[in-house]
Design a protein around this ligand. Structure first.
Ligand SMILES: [Zn+2]
Length: 190
C-alpha cells in the first residue's frame, strides 16, 4: 500500500537524519545519508569535508567509497555497482554527487530538502536524468522526505560560529528562524 511505502521512506530518512546529527556534533555541514539494499542499510555516512580538509568528502561519496571497498557488498567490479541500491540523503545531492550516483547506476534517490545553490537533481541542474548522457541512464529522485527537519538542522549549523572560517564573524545576534516556506513544487506522493 502506498502509505506503507511512505512510512518506509521516512524510516530510512530518519536514519539519514541521525547521521546528519552526528555531522552537526562534529561541526560539519549537517548532511547525512544511508544506502539501502534489500530492505537493509548497507552503508551510512555523513559529511566530513572539514575533518578531512577535502571538499569532495560529501556524505554520498563517503558511503560509496565504503560500499566499493567492502568485498561482501561489492564482490565483483561491475559497471553499475549500485543498480540494486537506493540512497536516502537529507539534502538534495549536489551536482558532483548527482553525477557520481548516475555513473554508479544508483537505482533511486530520496532526499529531504532542496539544495538551492548546488542541487544536481533538478534545483540547479538535472544531472540525475534531465541532462542527456551517452552511456549512463538517468535515475529518479524524489524530494520532501523529512524536509523541515533537514532545513532546521542546516539552520542550526549556520547560526553557530563557524570556527573554521578564515575570518570568524560574530553571529551572536542571529536568531534561529523556525518558519519554513512551502515548496514551490508539490510534495512527493507517498
Ligand atoms: Zn555532494
Amino acid at each position: 500500500m502506498a502509505s506503507d511505502d511512505g512510512d518506509i521512506h521516512l524510516r530510512w530518512m530518519q536514519a539519514a537524519m541521525d547521521m546528519a546529527e552526528e555531522a552537526l556534533e562534529a561541526k560539519e555541514v549537517p548532511v547525512g545519508c544511508v544506502f539501502v539494499r534489500g530492505d537493509k542499510i548497507i552503508a551510512r555516512a555523513r559529511n566530513r569535508t572539514n575533518q578531512l580538509r577535502n571538499a569532495t568528502r560529501h556524505a554520498e561519496l563517503e558511503a560509496i567509497d565504503e560500499i566499493l571497498a567492502n568485498k561482501e557488498l561489492t564482490p565483483v567490479v561491475t559497471q553499475y555497482p549500485l543498480s540494486d541500491t537506493t540512497l536516502y540523503v537529507t539534502v538534495e545531492p549536489c551536482i558532483m554527487c548527482a553525477s557520481a550516483l548516475r555513473q554508479m547506476g544508483i537505482k533511486e534517490v530520496y532526499y529531504g530538502c532542496d539544495n538551492d545553490r548546488f542541487g544536481g537533481c533538478g534545483s540547479v541542474l538535472g544531472v540525475h536524468s534531465v541532462l542527456p548522457h551517452p552511456k549512463h541512464e538517468g535515475y529518479d529522485a524524489h524530494g520532501g522526505y523529512l524536509r523541515d527537519e533537514a532545513i532546521m538542522i542546516l539552520r542550526r549549523f549556520y547560526i553557530t560560529e563557524n570556527t573554521n572560517a578564515p575570518v570568524p564573524k560574530s553571529k551572536a545576534n542571529r536568531v534561529l528562524k523556525t518558519e519554513i516556506p512551502s515548496r514551490s513544487s508539490p510534495r512527493p506522493q507517498s
